[in-house]
Write a protein of this length. Sequence first.
Length: 254
Amino acid sequence: MDPAPEEAGTPDRLPRHVAIIMDGNGRWARARGLPRYAGHREGLRAVRRIVEHSVERGIGVLTLFAFSSENWARPPMEVRMLMKLFMSALRAEVRRLNENRVRLRIIGERSAFAPRLQRQIAEAERLTAGNDALLLQIAANYGGRWDITQAARALAEAVQAGTLAPQAIDEAALAARLSFADQPDPDLFIRTGGERRISNFVLWQAAYAELYFCDSLWPDFDATAYDLALADFARRQRRFGRTGEQLETGEARP
Ligand code: IPE
Ligand code: IPE
Ligand code: MG
């Protein structure tokens, strides 16, 4: 039986970092005979709810997949609408984020965005930089493969500059050059919308994330559905390659 939602957030079983693929906006709209854009707008309301609930639950880092490297392939009208929504949301939400002491960071290849949007991103990050209740990372024009590739390029540049020996390249050296190297890897990876795939979201960093798939479309995802995911996470035994017996006897702690 599922534990009551209030049990979901017992501190020792709480993920430090939750990463979410917010999927299902289009289907939510289509089910109502609305344009896809209406689903994205409703999805923004879900973002507000989930950010606020993350603060309430004491989550440290929340990473939301908002626009993938591959989403440029959508109809131009939808891409334009998504960019407009992104810009207006940045403008409108910063004050609320500040009130909730949320720090904002955008991860992804931002040079593809219009200069005005890039300036707005930098400004929002600067304004919220001192906040400590939650780090909200929005993945925009983000792809897990892009992230690993840009880290590999940074390693190559360091080798070329003579500051890094090829023999010194290990997992830690690559990990240190990924987008959010200063944060713990995601512990809990949620995808809404019913599909069971990763769609090029955090690849390297999700190596040991607990995966949770739920059928709710993103605009319907609420605090109760989120608590169910947290409760499910709290019941998992994370072994990191060890045996269950090792963990139960306390012989080895990950
Ligand atoms: C996720 O919802 C939002 C983005 C990818 C921007 P979708 O737009 O993918 O919604 P579905 O999957 O078509 O329902
Ligand atoms: C993943 O959703 C990207 C985001 C939620 C931003 P998609 O809807 O683009 O993924 P696929 O195409 O179904 O794999
Ligand atoms: Mg989708």
